[in-house]
Design a protein around this ligand. Structure first.
Ligand SMILES: [Mg+2]
Length: 378
């Protein structure tokens, strides 16, 4: 067994300009970035992690936490998680702090896999499955007038690539959203899976009106209808419109999800491995959800580091419910522009016919291209 004491913890802030800006309901993106964490051990094993959230804000948190991690045994990831969370519990139970801890935790799982010569999904007790169906995220708003035209063109591309489920972004105003959703469904036809995500652009009455207006369009889930703090609003939306409700990408650690689960505020939980506390914490959240019979479909929006970590978890998430004909969890595959993501891994993780293989190399099963770290360093 190598010496797995931690020698260094290094945040990398990467950034790239977008050729064409795009928006979700809360902001425009003109650049896209990533905050990767590189953890090395005394014996030279390197683990990679990633944080959701603004890279230039999560990196200083990682730098602040680094002295608490250096010198510890990387294999003691549970002990390290608790030490980091407890150190900032009084100040950072949500948001940037938990995102930074997520990145460190993911890197420690990567190290553990390399130290033992096993992929992360085997350390987690899997696999239950080595391939998952992916749905295509994208369909963001561009600074043009012909929204339906470019969204329809994007849908045709994804269908041609083999995706069978698409997720449409809404949150452009209630009447416009209703018209857009109807037109988009008509354009993609009745056989394509359709999910909608407004990124909490509505309050409960507006979300209920939207859900009722598009009730007959066979929508798989309605994501983040209202702000994440509004648990009572989620419960109203769930009760008063027919589309299953999803949420959780802006919820943090087991305590945030405990309230959603106990109050059953959504039908589908969407913890993000790079935000909710890492692989260690997402597994705990998924186990809690399983005890309450709730579906889990992790939120994924980052580079291949987050994607690989999510795939190892997807390899072990239980079918809900189990049976001969289960409905396995889906992978969210972001297909919107992200220059850093597209060149970060030496061997990119890609969908074939809408399905993605779980990596089977040691650790996360990925190799980061150091030239990309230099090229996109901010
Ligand atoms: Mg979302």
């Amino acid at each position: 067994m190598p010496n797995t004491n931690i020698r260094s913890v290094t945040p990398h802030v990467l950034m790239a300009d977008l050729a064409e800006p795009f928006a979700y309901s809360q902001a425009w993106y003109r650049r896209r970035g990533a905050m990767l964490v590189e953890v090395t051990t005394e014996d030279g094993i390197t683990g990679w992690g990633e944080a959701f959230g603004p890279p230039e804000l999560t990196a200083p948190v990682v730098a602040w936490l680094a002295p608490l991690v250096i010198g510890q045994d990387a294999m003691a990831r549970e002990a390290i998680w608790q030490a980091l969370y407890n150190r900032l519990r009084d100040h950072g139970q949500r948001g940037l702090v938990v995102e930074a801890i997520s990145a460190i935790d993911i890197a420690l799982w990567d190290i553990a896999g390399h130290a033992l010569g096993l992929p992360v999904h085997r350390l987690l007790g899997g696999p239950l499955r080595m391939e998952v169906e992916a749905y295509a995220t994208g369909f963001y708003r561009r600074d043009r007038d012909d929204h339906l035209a470019y969204l329809t063109e994007e849908a045709a591309q994804r269908r041609a690539e083999g995706f069978r489920i698409l997720k449409l972004k809404t949150g452009w105003g209630l009447q416009e959203d209703i018209a857009l959703t109807k037109a988009f469904r008509a354009a993609i036809g009745p056989d394509c899976g359709l999910l909608v995500d407004c990124n909490h652009a509505y309050d409960a009455p507006a979300a209920i009106a939207y859900g009722r207006a598009v009730a007959d369009l066979d929508i798989g889930w309605f994501e983040e209808p209202v702000p994440p703090e509004d648990i009572a609003g989620y419960l109203e939306v769930k009760a008063r419109q027919p589309i299953p409700v999803a949420g959780g990408e802006a919820v943090f650690a087991r305590w945030g999800f405990a309230e959603m689960i106990a109050r059953r505020s959504v039908d589908i939980l969407q913890p993000d491995v790079a935000a909710c506390g890492g692989i260690s914490e997402l597994k705990k959240i998924a186990d809690m959800a399983s005890a309450f019979g709730m579906r889990v479909n992790p939120h994924v929006w980052g580079t291949g580091v987050t994607l690989a970590a999510s795939l190892h978890l997807l390899a072990v998430l239980p079918d809900n419910p189990p049976g001969l004909f289960p409905r396995p969890p889906l992978l969210e595959l972001d297909r919107s522009p992200h220059p850093v993501r597209d060149s970060l891994l030496e061997v990119p993780i890609e969908a074939k016919a809408g399905r993605v293989r779980v990596p089977d190399g040691p650790g996360l099963g990925i190799r980061v291209d150091r030239a990309a770290l230099t090229r996109f360093a901010a």
